[in-house]
Design a protein around this ligand. Structure first.
Ligand code: ADP
Ligand code: GLC
Length: 478
């Protein structure tokens, strides 16, 4: 069995800003349960929440800076985690990437280049850890320089996989940064880490990794087009033979309506009537009229352009005239936050907004809601539509990326053959979203069909079983 070093900039429950953390926390867990020797390496941010013991393993020096490698376990799993400890680069409070104002930390290039260099030392067994990986599995731009730097090492060296979780974040920096970071000039070309005269971290992964994956088959196709490829679509098409899409799984222990400690009443497909206790709890908590017949819509998201929040904002005046309640949990763009707050203030009997980041509330929303809104402009995979289906909360999604691959639209034939799990609309526009909302409300009125939709979603297997097998097959190929 191959030995895998999983390289990531966040992992739940140690630290999380989005779905990358969910995947980094659950895929290695699934792999280790399948008998794979997998270890995770990530920066030791000040905000990391470790549980249990941490051991000092070794000290590795690159560019005249020392990093201590500390070992712990991913809480609740057997996965060993190596934390790259360097307080001068990672010892800031809060978010791994941005400051309190949402501005990227000024030394992000230096921070993640350092992390990549330390990872290369560990990959080449120069980190005194007595463990030589066969494969380095990198994730997103923060780890992009690993395949590039490894390509310069002599054989034998480990093979590399680079997984794209989001093409919108590329780690672009000025050309001077390359010199400051002392990156070898051999890597500096349009076929390498240069992108229109700038330094691109993500291209280190896209150009040099032995295999590229992304988190759904539809997104794998989309990023080879100008609309979704952010200027790198040519390179991705050129490397098409090495690019595959593997849909994310979910941690079915953590997102389990049968045993979720965050919610008022646990339930499953055979005790679906108990779901309404969670609905009532939400209505009471947020001072909304307690009424089981009125559908609760929810949205849980980073408030950024990707997620189509502006499209939703345009729908709100009409949406709030319909018989529904709407709860939103999110954090992000200040202007979007402001506009949403204004609506919630005027329509407090129907709409409540929680401008924060809160795991427990996210679970309560999934359990208590009837409908989940995900009007994304693009969505590499998306996890909330999967959590929603597992919680019997029917998702309304744009037909894009992983949303297109994991939600089956409600049509006469999909109702009949019991495959329908949600509402899928064609384009990220106000008109299409409004139409989907109205379609959902009509089906909601028919409680028998609605229950069938919920059960269809709850019965689907979104555990890592299948997708982890796909990664295993890829590891075996290398
Ligand atoms: P992305 O990674 O693009 O943000 P995903 O759907 O893959 O989108 O994953 C988002 C993850 O972050 C989900 O687990 C979701 O529940 C969580 N999340 C997003 N915003 C919040 C929030 N404000 N509070 C709690 N959880 C959130
Ligand atoms: C990214 C994407 C999201 C995906 C997540 C995990 O943040 O935006 O669609 O689910 O990564 O792969």
């Amino acid at each position: 069995m191959k030995k895998i070093l999983f390289v990531t900039s966040e992992a739940h429950p140690l630290i999380k800003t989005g779905g990358l953390a969910d995947v980094s926390g659950s895929l290695p867990k699934a792999l280790i349960e399948m008998g794979v020797d997998v270890r995770l390496i990530m920066p030791n941010y000040q905000a990391i929440k470790t549980i249990g013991e941490i051991y000092y393993k070794s000290t590795v020096r690159v560019n005249n800076i020392n990093a201590h490698i500390l070992e712990t376990r991913l809480p609740g799993t057997k996965v060993p985690v190596w934390l790259v400890d360097c307080p001068e680069l990672f010892g800031y409070p809060g978010n791994p990437y941005v400051d309190e104002q949402g501005k990227p930390w000024v030394n992000n290039a230096e921070r993640f280049a350092f992390f990549c260099r330390i990872t290369v030392e560990v990959a080449m067994n120069r980190g005194y850890l007595e463990w030589t990986p066969d494969i380095i599995h990198c994730n997103d731009w923060q780890t992009g320089l690993v395949p590039a730097l490894l390509s310069l090492e002599k054989h034998p060296r480990p093979a590399t996989i680079f997984t794209i979780h989001n093409m919108a974040y590329q780690g672009l920096f000025s050309k001077e940064t390359r010199v400051l970071l002392n990156l070898p000039s051999r890597l500096w070309s349009p076929n390498g880490i240069e992108f229109n005269g700038m330094l691109s971290f993500i291209k280190g992964g896209l150009a040099y990794a032995d295999r590229i994956t992304t988190v759904s088959p539809t997104y794998a196709n989309e990023i080879q087009t100008a609309d979704f490829g952010y200027g790198v679509e040519g390179l991705l098409s050129y490397r098409q033979k090495y690019l595959t899409g593997i849909v994310n799984g979910i941690d079915t222990d953590h997102w389990n309506p049968q045993a979720d400690t965050n919610i008022s009443a646990c339930y499953d497909a055979s005790t679906l009537h108990k779901k309404k206790l969670n609905k009532t709890a939400l209505q009471i908590k947020y001072n909304l009229p307690v009424d089981n017949k009125t559908p609760i819509f929810v949205l849980i998201s980073r408030l950024v352009e990707q997620k189509g929040i502006d499209i939703l904002l345009e729908c709100l005046p009409e949406m709030l005239t319909l018989p529904l309640q709407f709860l939103l949990l999110g954090k992000g763009d200040k202007l979007l936050e402001q506009k949403l707050s204004q609506f919630a203030k005027i329509h407090s009997e129907k709409m409540v907004i929680n401008l924060g980041y809160d795991e427990a509330i996210a679970h309560q929303f999934e359990a208590g809601a009837d409908i989940f809104l995900m009007p994304s402009r693009f969505e590499p995979c998306g996890l909330n539509q999967l959590y929603s289906q597992r919680y019997g909360t029917v998702p309304i999604v744009t037909r894009t990326g992983g949303l297109a691959d994991t939600v089956v639209d409600t049509l006469p034939e999909t109702i009949k053959n019991k495959t329908a799990t949600g509402f899928v609309f064609k384009a990220p526009t106000t008109g299409s979203l409004m139409e989907a909302i109205k379609r959902a409300l009509i089906v909601y009125e028919d409680s028998k069909n609605w229950k069938q939709l919920q059960i269809n979603g709850m019965k689907k297997d979104y555990s890592w079983n299948r997708s982890a097998e796909e990664y295993l097959a890829l590891y075996e190929q290398l």
